[in-house]
Design a binder for this molecule. Structure first.
Ligand code: ZN
Length: 128
């Protein structure tokens, strides 16, 4: 149960994928579930912090979500600054993608964002 408490967002993402392929979930439900799983990836999923430490290495403390840093406050600021600066994205994604949790969280963030957008488009197409 503790494992589920930490990784519940991936279960939601899995339901989203299932919903798309089976066609059993309506676009409104898919939007809600996609957004929930997306926010989970950004703020809850267990990943490495990945901020840069003083000796030019990257921080491997546990962090919650792709967007957040570890308990060190400077790291959180550093990551936020990176997200605003497009040129730093390559570096950040390389670091994130070097660990399994980072890969899972990054893919789930991108996937659920695409899914949410697709569900919104589906909804618009249906209602027009
Ligand atoms: Zn850190």
């Amino acid at each position: 149960m503790k494992l589920l408490g930490k990784y519940w967002g991936y279960a939601v993402a899995f339901v989203v994928v299932y919903g798309w392929f089976s066609g059993s979930l309506g676009p409104n439900i898919l939007i809600v579930l996609s957004v929930v799983a997306f926010l989970y990836s950004l703020f809850q999923a267990p990943v490495w912090c990945c901020a840069e430490t003083r000796n030019q290495e990257f921080c491997r403390n546990n962090a919650k979500g792709v967007l957040m840093g570890c308990w060190i406050r400077e790291h959180r600021w550093q990551k936020l600054k990176w997200f605003v600066r497009r040129s730093a994205w390559g570096q950040l994604s390389r670091r994130l993608l070097s660990g399994f949790n980072g890969i899972a969280a990054s893919f789930s963030a991108v996937g659920t964002l695409v899914s949410a957008a697709a569900a919104v488009i589906t909804l618009i197409v249906k209602t027009v």
